[in-house]
Every structure is written in C-alpha cells, then in structure tokens.
Design a protein around this ligand. Structure first.
Ligand SMILES: Nc1nc2c(ncn2[C@@H]2O[C@H](COP(=O)(O)OP(=O)(O)OP(=O)(O)O)[C@@H](O)[C@H]2O)c(=O)[nH]1
Ligand SMILES: [Mg+2]
Length: 239
C-alpha cells in the first residue's frame, strides 16, 4: 500500500518526525472494533492494539485511535500485527458527545482526518433543504470542507431551481447535480478527489451513496474497504 494513496501528506510527515528514530512506522486506522484495530500501512494490513502506556494515560475516549487516524506503530512484519504508540495530530474530526451520566460527557471521535465530505442528498420527493443545512453545520464543525451532491437528477423536473435553493443555503460551497443511475455528472465528483486527501460520503439512507461510489470506482473498491461510507449518525453503513 502506498501511503500517499492512503492520504499521507507533508503535514503528517512533519508530525511523524519525532517518532522516526524510535523505529515506529506510520499507519492509518481503517477499522476499530472494541479497541482492536486494523491498520493500513506500507506493510499491508496489520491487526493492532494500543500500548499499555497509551491506555494508561488516556483520559477521554478521544485519546483512543479512531477510523482515519494516522498512528505511530511498532510493527511485527511476519505476524502482520502492530502496537499503536501514538496518534498523530488530527487535522479534522467528526465527534459525538457521549453522556456518561450526571453532567459528565465525553468526546468520541467517529472519523478523523477527513478533508472533503461529499454531502449527498436526493432530488426525489425526500428532498429537504433544512436537513441539508443541518448536515452542513456538522461538516463545518468537523474542520472538513463540504461538497454538496444532489443525486437522482433524473427524477427531478427543476434541477436548476434546486441548485439555486441549495446555493442560497450553502454559500461558496461547490454543488453538483448528478445521476448515479445514468452515470451523469460523476466527473464533477472525481475532480474533488486527490492523492494525499481523504474524502467521505455522508447522507441519509437511500440517497445513493453506494451507487455513486460504485459508479466512480467500480464495485471492487467498496469490497476492499478503501472507501468508507457514513450515515447521518456517523455510523458506517457500507465498508
Ligand atoms: N432514480 C435514481 N435512483 C438512484 C440513483 N442513485 C441511486 N438510486 C437508487 O436509490 C436506491 C438507494 O441507493 P443506495 O446507493 O443504496 O443508497 P445509499 O445512500 O448507499 O443508502 P444506505 O447504504 O442505506 O445509506 C437504490 O435503489 C438505487 O438504485 C439515481 O441517480 N437515480
Ligand atoms: Mg449504501
């Protein structure tokens, strides 16, 4: 696996400098389940856990690795396993505030280091401008940049009217009307995808996220897990 195609760039490189001499390698968290992690690295996929010290000093759930994090890890190449020692500084993060009881809350990071969020909405009868506005405020709060994708243009009589309506709510944000079914407009999405950058697709169930991703990359991509999908609650619906 090539690190740049996994989203590695100069900022992370600088951040990693201090770990280089300790024999650690950079790797990206692809999956997390009950504190067991799958990392993508130059040595391929690694099954990983965090170091005892890291668990000991963690004060919040945000101190644990999240999907999308770049970490410094000690790798055992033959076994394809690794121990995570540190999280590189997050450039953006989607967080959820967990209520612990009483007035106590904790921050849980759902996804880290996302550059671009494709907010997908359907141009069918489900179209709802308020919902789009709510999603956009979540995206701005994360530190990532939104791009609005109005899918199912084939089902809409007034695409121009919708584009203008969304444009008024989403000043300065790129907006593209596409039809994943007809495979029209997909190049406008492709133009936002760059090496060294990470993009995710966000939107309610049924708006066409999987269909768009399959149209962009072919069916294989979803199966490999290199593209990940989130719904409104930040859960993965497709891996
Ligand atoms: N007419 C029309 N239907 C579409 C288009 N894109 C997707 N669909 C249909 O919409 C339905 C839902 O599409 P999905 O791609 O599964 O939606 P999703 O956003 O991935 O949904 P979840 O995985 O549940 O979050 C499917 O029946 C698709 O065939 C489109 O551009 N036009
Ligand atoms: Mg899907």
């Amino acid at each position: 696996m090539d690190l740049t195609s996994l989203g590695w760039n100069g900022d992370f490189e600088n951040n990693f400098e201090s770990y280089k001499n300790s024999g650690l390698i950079p790797a990206r968290v692809a999956l997390e389940q009950k504190e067991r992690y799958v990392l993508f690295s130059e040595f391929g996929e690694l099954a990983a856990q965090i170091s005892g010290r890291m668990r000991h000093v963690a004060v919040s759930r945000a101190d644990f690795p999240a999907v999308g994090d770049w970490v410094a890890a000690d790798v055992r190449i033959k076994e394809k396993t690794a121990t995570i020692h540190a999280i590189l500084t997050r450039r953006s993060s989607f967080s959820r505030t967990a209520v612990l009881g009483g007035a106590k809350t904790d921050e849980q990071v759902m996804a880290a280091n996302i550059d671009t969020v494709f907010l997908v909405a359907g141009l069918d009868s489900d179209f709802n401008i308020r919902r789009i506005e709510r999603y956009l405020s979540i995206i701005w709060n994360s530190g990532a940049s939104p791009v609005v994708i109005l899918n199912k243009a084939d089902l809409c009589e007034d695409v121009e009217v919708r584009l203008e309506q969304v444009g008024n709510s989403a000043m300065g944000i790129p907006i593209h009307a596409v039809s994943a079914l007809d495979k029209t407009g997909l190049d406008s999405i492709r133009d936002h995808l760059k090496n060294g950058k990470t993009a995710v697709f966000l939107g309610s169930s049924g708006v066409g996220k999987s269909t768009i991703i399959n149209g962009l990359f072919g069916d294989d991509r979803l199966k490999t897990g290199a593209v990940r999908e989130y719904d409104g609650k930040g859960r993965h619906t497709t891996t």
